[in-house]
Ligand binder design. Sequence first.
Ligand code: NAD
Length: 334
Amino acid sequence: MTGLQTIIGIHDTTLGPAVGGLRFYEYVDERAALKDVLRLSRGMTYKAAIAGLDVGGGKAVIIKKKGVELTEALLRKYGSFVERLAGHYVTAADYNTNVDHMVHIAKSTRHVISLPTELGGSGDPSGNTAYGVYISMKAAAKKTWGTDSLTGKKIGIEGVGKVGYFLTQLLSQEKAALYITDLCPDRLREVSRNYKVEVVLPGSLHSLPLDIYAPCALGASLNAETIPSLNCAIVVGAANNQLAHQERDGALLLKQGVVYVPDFLVNAGGLINAVTELEEGPFNKNLVRQRTDKLYNICLHVLDEAAKTARSTQEIAQGLAVERIQSMKNALLR
Ligand code: NAD
C-alpha cells in the first residue's frame, strides 16, 4: 500500500490529449483538491488553445499527507494511474514536482513529459517561460509606446525565483532599469550579485512608479486593494491566476487604463517547452523558440481587440481560446 491519493482532471481534449502538470500539495480536504484540479485544468485548456498548441487541458494533484514525502513508490503508482488513461492525459512537472520526479513516473507510463534534458526531455521550462514573458512585454510595449524596445524602461519584477531570475537576465541584456523584490533574502542576494538591480521591500513594488510591473511570485497579486495603487502603464508577468477575481479585476484594470496581458497567455512558454517534447525525434529547441515567438503577435491581437471593443483583455483572450476549440468541435461534428 502506497497510500496514494490522487486526482486527475481532464478538462478538454478537442485539440489533442489533455496536458498539465502534477502538483504535490497538502489540501485542507479532498473537496479543495478537486476544486483546484478542475480550475487548473480549465486554465490549461485556455493556455494551450490561445498559444496555438494541439493539446487540451488537464491537471493532476497528489494529495500530500502530513509528514509524507513524494517517494519513488508513490510516483510509480501515480504513473500506472496515468497509464490507465491510455494517453488521454499526459502528465508533467508543476508545483512541488520536478524533472527528477518525472523520471520515476516514466517507469510506469509513457505519457509523461518534462523529463530531464540528459534523457532527451525538455527539462525545466522556466527559462522558456521567462522568454515568453519577455516577448509578451515587448508586444505590450509596442502597443503602448509604438516601439518594443525595453531599453531604459523601469520594470519591477515581483518574485525572483526560477522564472524571475531568467527574466532579470533577459531584461538586463536589454538594459532595462530593474527593480526586484522577493520574500527570500537568498534569492535577492543571488540576483543582486549577478545583475544591476534595485531591491525593494516585498509588498511595495506594485505601487512604485514603473513602466512595467511583472508579478512572478504567487497568484492574486492583482486585486481590489492593489489595482487602485498601481503606478505603471503595463502589467505582464509569469504568475498564474494574477487576478484575484477574474471579471471584477479585469474590468478594474481596464477602467484604470493599465495594459494587462492575461497570465495564461504570457506564461505559455512553459507549456510550449514541455509540449514540444511530444514531437517525434530529438527535442527541438528551435521549434520551442519559434512557437514562443508567436506569442508576440497573439498578444498584439488580444490588445488590439480589447482596444477596439473596450472589453478586458482577460475576456478577449478567453474568448479567442474558446473560439478556437469550438471551431474544431464544429468541424468534427460535420
Ligand atoms: P519559484 O517558486 O521558483 O519562484 C517564486 C518566487 O517568488 C520565490 O523566490 C518566492 O520566494 C517569491 N515570492 C513568493 N511570494 C512572494 C511575495 N509575496 N512577494 C515577493 N516574492 C514572493 O516559482 P517559478 O517557477 O519562478 O514560478 C513563478 C510563477 O510563475 C508561479 O506563479 C508559477 O505558477 C508561474 N509559472 C511558472 C512556470 C515555470 O516554467 N516555472 C510556468 C508557468 C507559470
